[in-house]
Design a binder for this molecule. Sequence first.
Ligand code: 5GP
Ligand code: ZN
Length: 113
Amino acid sequence: MTDCIFCKIINGELPSTNVYNDGQVTAFRDINPAAPTHILIVPKKHIDSVNELSVEDEPLIGHLFLIAKQLAAQEGIAEPGYRLVINTGAESGQTVNHVHLHLLGGRQMRALG
Ligand code: 5GP
Ligand code: ZN
């Protein structure tokens, strides 16, 4: 996907503050952080949104969550806690059409629900 910002970051065409990288996933700090820790955990495979996930992506999505857990510990926010968010579709606020998991923490956040 040549016009995708996150694919460009993954390919090294755009700069980012990288905090994690492996064969399947990369993670970098959000350019416009909504919390003291705001990391985006992104599969290297381009998938537009959760709506486009298929059964073959199941291990990849599990992997995203384990990396989120690891990064939360690294950032010192495993306790007291953090939020994991995946926006899906325009109404949710999704602005980049490449699946990504937001890791947010470092101050108290309003509870959802
Ligand atoms: P969404 O709203 O799609 O769930 O989240 C997209 C996120 O990507 C936003 O929080 C936005 O600040 C972040 N973002 C957009 N462009 C860039 C960029 O070029 N670099 C980085 N590091 N983050 C970006
Ligand atoms: Zn992409």
